[in-house]
Design a protein around this ligand. Sequence first.
Ligand code: B12
Length: 242
Amino acid sequence: MKKSGPDDRTFSGNSTTVSLASVAGEYLETILAGDRRHAVDLVTEVADSGIPIKQIYTDVFQQCQFELGRLWEENRITVAKEHLATAITQLAMSQLYNRFDFADRVGKKMVAACVGGELHEIGLRMVADFFELDGWNTHYLGANTPIREVVEMAFDIGADIVALSTSMTFNVEKVRDAVEAIRTYRQPGGGPKILVGGRPFNVEPTLWQYVGADYFAASATGAAESVGKLSHHSASVEGERR
Ligand code: B12
């Protein structure tokens, strides 16, 4: 990952200007070296300098996860290194939680889950954390959640939105099954709205319609930006792609 360059993005915090590309470069080296303490110190210092958490998520964590995937695909890092680095990123995300600058509560609830055997959970967690930052109460269930459990929790808590994620094409049918299960549970035609996302939906732009979702967003940023509109359940944003 490049450390800086002409398209480098800099962000001004309270007292300093930080190049997040340069932070991402150092962070990547740190997590690949397995240095948890430095990785956590690095991102907490950036957060404490006033850089928004969402920016750290997208420009550091997401960028580095994508880079890990590229290095792994090219056989330049082992599976063990990828696991090590990914685990540190999950730790670092947790460490930032008590630095979240939450918006006032908006009185909306979300259940967020990966269904079937889907193990890629960081993208969904980013989505849930962005909504949490925006004042939602999010129930993040993570990887590999049984569909029935997702549906029951969604109805039990009166969720406004169920967010479903998959990174693997072979789990798209499970997402479709989950949408169907939500639609037909207890009050057909009612219940929560369904937001989907993840790699296959980014690659094939009509896939969200195939699974029967209400909304799709290509990124945590796009999903969070939809919040205001989703809150009003306006027909004009039904199926909007961000
Ligand atoms: C870490 C990782 C893993 C970890 C996941 C650990 C964990 N706890 O999450 C483990 C080791 C388990 C894993 C396993 C596998 N992986 Co993997 N993995 C990755 C890696 C390196 C990073 C994933 C990640 O964290 N991305 C960062 C997040 C932030 O990005 P994201 O998931 O795309 O999410 C964003 C958007 O998509 C969107 N989004 C996501 N979900 C949702 C949901 C909603 C509602 C919305 C609105 C938006 C949204 O918003 C997110 C934030 O902006 C990727 C590389 C990559 N490019 O992503 C490969 C990758 C996804 N894996 C891959 C593969 C092949 C596998 C395995 C099949 C490997 C194997 N042979 O076993 C298994 C499959 C496991 C399974 N059954 O799910 C391939 C998939 C290729 C393909 N064509 O589909 C990738 C792309 C690697 C590669 N370059 O080839 N993997």
